[in-house]
Design a protein around this ligand. Structure first.
Ligand code: NAI
Length: 382
């Protein structure tokens, strides 16, 4: 089995974290499968490197290749300052319809955390990436558009103050169902016990409430053999995956009080933004977390940190986020042995207190390694 991974090296610390992380991912595959499985890496241009070589920050050729690709990985991209250039990340997300933003959150022993039992957190958040109040449909207080919209709303019997700024929250059955479907598919494939729909449907009935209802409806239609609801479980039904739902504010309490009861989370854009950052803080708030944005076809892994310009080129950056992106990609391919060896290697390095400078400040008595040396240590630990 040979899989092609298209990669964008990224700006700032991107090149150095890629140079440290890629050999770890390749070595994990070689160690687990010898020559029988292999990743072939093909570079695509974006960001500063693309601008230098082509005069364009995001060449059409890159987008065309990604549109046909199955796997891709990127380092962080800086947003070029000035000149009305849109964020490259946002552009790629929209053009490629990367509708699911997926972040696993898991604790590494030895990291400082603000809670007593961070080790109980083992969740993966599926956040809808294209709809909701992030759709960018909003007008400033006093603008002509806001005034016209308020007038229209008044004609519908809704009394909105004429000085209000207004935003629109569109959510569709298609957008909601495809996200929740991805979360359920993940739970089935990775043998996770539950999927929790997180919403604010008690207040926003026709958007957040509908998200929940569409989720249950789709699950009943498409996953009747694998998925049961909480009510069905109480009646004695046993199926591999429990589908339940929680109201967002209650969920923020639940993940602190009973994190062990939650596994896969499927949620709307705004809730997902808040919840994934809160969960990351709960396990130590690391820039170590991996992430992936997915369309129907493409799984596009990305380091969740930025370009860290102040340490770029100094061999100080932590390549951990990209390394763990690699593990996530291998899990996605079903290459579980290789993925697990990466997690174990990372666990071993952190428990031995040999870490990069960003983690060293959180771990008393630790030994600091550079980016390259940390990558080499991970390879040795595989
Ligand atoms: P940042 O994540 O680059 O830096 C925040 C802090 O974390 C800094 O102190 C930095 O030195 C440190 N840091 C980040 N990654 C690290 C690593 N791997 N190892 C060690 N230390 C690390 O966020 P900031 O400063 O807000 O953004 C800088 C640039 O990155 C901006 O142009 C921003 O637009 C871009 N960015 C890109 C992202 C992406 O491509 N996914 C995500 C976030 C920011």
């Amino acid at each position: 089995m040979n899989k092609t991974v298209h990669y964008i090296i990224g700006d700032g610390i991107g090149p150095e974290v890629f140079a440290a992380a890629r050999p770890v991912i390749d070595a994990a595959v070689a160690k687990a499968y010898g020559d029988s499985r292999k990743l072939t890496w093909k570079e695509l241009l974006a960001g500063e490197k693309a601008f230098k070589e082509t005069g364009n920050y995001l060449p059409q050729e890159t987008l065309d290749t990604l549109a046909q690709a199955e796997l891709a990985m990127k380092g962080p991209l800086g947003t070029p300052v000035g000149g009305g250039i849109r964020s490259l990340n946002v552009t790629m997300r929209q053009v490629l319809d990367l509708y699911a933003c997926i972040r696993p959150i898991k604790y590494f022993q030895g990291i400082e955390s603000p809670v007593k039992r961070p080790d109980l957190v083992d969740m993966i958040v599926f956040r809808e990436n294209t709809e909701d109040v992030y759709a960018g449909i909003e007008w400033a207080s006093g603008s002509d558009e806001a005034k016209r919209l308020i007038e229209f709303l008044r004609s519908l019997g809704k009394n909105v103050d004429e000085t209000a700024g207004v935003g629109i929250k569109p959510m569709t059955p298609m957008g909601s169902k495809r996200l929740i479907k991805k979360a359920i598919e993940h739970a089935i494939a990775q043998r996770k016990p539950s999927v929790t729909i997180v919403h604010k449907g008690n207040i926003m009935k026709f958007t957040e409430g509908a998200f929940r209802a569409w989720g249950y409806e789709m699950a009943a239609e498409e996953f009747a053999a694998e998925v049961m609801t909480e009510a069905q479980a109480k009646e004695g039904m046993t199926k591999p995956v429990l589908l339940n739902d929680r109201i967002a504010d209650a969920m923020f309490q639940e993940v602190l009080i009973r994190p062990q009861q939650y596994s896969v989370i499927a949620t709307t854009n705004l809730n997902g933004d808040y919840l994934s950052d809160a969960l990351a803080a709960q396990v130590g708030g690391l820039g170590l977390a991996p992430g992936v944005n997915m369309s129907e076809k493409l799984a596009f892994y990305e380091a969740t940190h930025g370009t860290a310009p102040t340490i770029a080129g100094m061999d100080k950056a932590n390549p951990g986020s990209l390394v763990l992106c690699g593990a996530m990609m291998l899990d996605h391919l079903g290459w579980f042995e290789a993925a697990k060896s990466i997690h174990d290697a990372m666990d071993k390095a952190i428990s031995a207190k040999t870490v990069t400078v960003d983690l060293a400040s959180q771990i008393p008595g630790s030994k600091t390694l550079g980016c390259t040396a940390f990558g080499e240590l991970l390879q040795k630990n595989l």
